[in-house]
Design a protein around this ligand. Sequence first.
Ligand code: SF4
Length: 207
Amino acid sequence: MRLAKEYPGTARELCALDHHNAFELLTATILSAQTTDIRVNMVTPTLFARYPTPEDLAAADPREVEEIVRSTGFYQNKTKSIMGMAQGVSERFDGAVPSAIDDLVTLPGVGRKTANVVRSVWFDEPGLPVDTHVTRLSHRLGLTEETDPVKIEFALNAMVPAAERGGLSLRLILHGRRVCDARSPKCDVCVLEDFCPSSRLPRKRSA
Ligand code: SF4
């Protein structure tokens, strides 16, 4: 696929959130809501050094955690989510982040998108996170007309082998950020332009 040539690598290689284990990736992914991966990477070294395990984070003083994650925005809710997640992992999963999606989504702050990030990037399991970029590109490329993220996920799942789902999601996200911008897509430099039904370039007409 052309996107794989443009953005090569596995889901783990393409993931921009710094992490060393599933707990760190899950925490960083929760913190990445409504902010950039770069911003998250600026706070997680301090957070993970202070609270290296789910048990440590579950027992933290919420005010200290809030101060550390403040710059990622929505810091009070995010603190509740990551501490609740840490408590759930600690108490219900013996301190080990589960890999099954049905288990992951029982943790506070963990929806299907976040669960699929952890599954595909850390566990190398099938998982296709659907965010705003994946949604926009799926529509522009004519891959699906569904608007519900779960239905988009299932529609895209049917188009790619299970092992490639996480990579596809990350490639669509990168393409959405760099080329297929929400307001001004750069169709003139897009590798998908010739078959994209939403291209803004004039189509050549056959005689
Ligand atoms: S051709 Fe334009 S609208 Fe289509 S995917 Fe590329 S940048 Fe987006």
